[in-house]
Design a protein around this ligand. Structure first.
Ligand SMILES: [Zn+2]
Ligand SMILES: [Zn+2]
Length: 263
């Protein structure tokens, strides 16, 4: 991920469970926050690598509450980066675009914090409010300077966006929430195997993907079901390119159980 930046309102959250106003701080980085020792212990296997790395990228942010929020959003984004990239590529309908489409447009997702705080975890903290492909020139309208809390941050974020590789092979992704904005880019060859890239030639397939997106992907994001979102995409591709029906794990209770086990 290239970087995280911030917007105006925030409350510190536990890096492990997402609860607001956590009492403890990681004594090494002084950024990650935790409700209690249990949350800190549960998070350590994830946090140990990020601890030093995040310290370096976040220590510029003077407000420690805000740094904790940025850390939480980074964690969320790490979990969802690949599914969001997959669905971004879905929605581009590449086969019907001209060759330079990805140079001229980027994918943006507007994420809204879930209102149901009992569902607020590092995987299910946000809902997808809006998403789609936008022309490069609309970036400043999407991320207005007035929303940023710190002087110079907006200009810096624009520069980060400009620095991303503009190439027909690279999907640039902007994630926006009320807490944080982030931009990153993914080479489309890393998202799907090249032989599957012709899938969007069929208008009816495109419509089908769009329906699936509306009905299933947004639900998976809201429920925090990362694996369901990923596997569903692979199922669709496999079916379209080979006619084979996969039966991949993931979804509902089994995924909740798997997520708990990982902790
Ligand atoms: Zn916690
Ligand atoms: Zn730490």
């Amino acid at each position: 991920m290239s970087r995280v930046t911030l917007i105006s309102r925030w409350t510190a959250r536990c890096t492990n469970c997402g609860a607001q106003n956590p009492r403890l701080k990681c004594s090494a980085c002084r950024i990650s926050r935790y409700c209690n020792n249990k949350c800190q212990r549960e998070d350590w296997q994830w946090h140990k690598d990020a601890c030093k790395e995040h310290k370096e990228s976040l220590e510029k942010i003077e407000d420690t509450n805000l740094a904790a929020c940025v850390e939480f959003f980074s964690r969320y984004t790490d979990e969802w980066q690949l599914p969001f990239a997959q669905w971004g590529l879905f929605s581009t309908n590449l086969a019907s675009r001209n060759a330079t489409f990805l140079k001229q447009n980027f994918f943006a997702l507007l994420l809204e914090e879930t209102k149901d705080l009992t569902k607020f975890t590092r995987r299910s903290a946000f809902n997808v409010a809006v998403s789609g492909m936008f022309p490069n020139a609309s970036f400043e309208e999407l991320i207005p300077a007035a929303k940023y809390s710190a002087d110079g941050v907006h200009a810096e974020f624009l520069r980060d966006f400009e620095k991303l590789d503009k190439s027909p092979q690279v999907l640039r992704i902007v994630l926006m929430s009320s807490i944080v904005c982030t931009v990153f880019s993914v080479n489309i060859k890393e998202i799907f195997p090249p032989h599957t890239m012709g899938w969007t030639r069929s208008p009816s397939a495109s419509q089908y993907f769009k329906d699936i997106y509306e009905k299933e992907f947004k639900d998976a994001v809201a429920a925090g079901h990362v694996r369901t979102a990923l596997n569903r995409v692979m199922e669709l591709f496999t079916f379209i390119t080979t006619g084979e029906v996969l039966d991949l794990p993931g979804g509902g209770e089994s995924e909740d159980a798997a997520a708990k086990e990982r902790i």
